[in-house]
Design a protein around this ligand. Sequence first.
Ligand code: 3PG
Ligand code: MG
Length: 404
Amino acid sequence: MRTVDDFEVAGRRVLVRLDLNVPMDGSSISDDGKIRACLPTLRALIGRGAAVIACSHLGRPAGAPDPRYTLAPVAGRLARLLGHRVVFAADVVGPCARSAVTALRRGDVVLLENLRFESGETSKDDEVRGAFADQLASLADAYVGDGFGSVHRKHASVYDVPARLPHAAGYLIQAETAALRRLTSSVRRPYAVVMGGAKVADKLPVVDSMLGIADQILIGGAIAVPFLAAQGHSVGASLLKGDQEAARSYLAKAAVGGVDLVLPTDVTVAAECSGDAPCTVVSAADIQPGQMVLDIGPQTAALFAGKLAGAGTVFWNGPMGVSEIASFAAGTRAVAAALAGSAGFTVIGGGDTAAAIRRLGFFDNQFGHVSTGGGASLEYLEGKTLPGLAALEAECTVSAAASS
Ligand code: 3PG
Ligand code: MG
């Protein structure tokens, strides 16, 4: 894979795909770790005389402009952290983007509006995605991929644009893949994987893959709910997303394969997901109608910490509860403390998990590696081909003429 170090950028318009999908609290950024993570690549490009066209998605808008998901606040924070002017283009490939790009000089930076305001970005139809990729590629002379958190998405800006432009990988992608490689070859055992978080449909199948890789799988967060249901427990008012039949089959498979699949034995519940709602700890077997599971309980936190204490390697993706609300943060804090105190190699994967541990007062240097990509790092560890990495490894396949 060519890297930015051996890539000619001086005087070129370089489209840089970043993952600036930061957690937001209304219009304010609640954690800027992902923005900081892309500074080395941007600084190198600026310093070497590129005209930089940065782009990213934010959240999951439905393929049309939606002010709730504008990247405008991110442009401001990026400029501050970079110590450099960042022009914000209020569309992706429309007149604002085109005029901002036309005005670009060496060392200038423009940030395009949220890529997912264009339905072509995420389309499953190769032609539709390709047509949007043509428009994006026509803005630039070269492409740098550095949005590690989105390399598992077969999206236009991740997968199709590098086929249309000379391209290289940025420093973040290099650092992330170097750290994660340590978890795929000669891993120190026991290898524990802790899974939590909210994207249940994405993550449930990962548990299946991890059954063939890890020695222990500890499950909290919303993804624990289908497992609790599969164990025959009532889950009260919890959102039962995901397939409990699949969860049941994973429990059986773990038993056969000798994998220690550890589920919550107690949980913190409340009638609603709010800091004002009175909360209580109940046994996982005793969740009442109207109660929502919002964190693992203290007994489970101690159980998880005990399991993690002996691990040679730990990979953790997804908070154990709604950790942005103080009354549902204890499980996440306990797991973070267990990793921070571990003698093994610890990796935290995912912007939300990283943001959660920082909010709880932990520092990145208390862990072996803090990855900006949750889904991306999980798929990397599963051994899947990641579209964004494959595209950076491949040569351009679509002629430049087609993209103008
Ligand atoms: C993330 O936050 O996990 C990445 O930015 C990818 O976002 P997505 O799951 O909406 O594609
Ligand atoms: Mg995320």
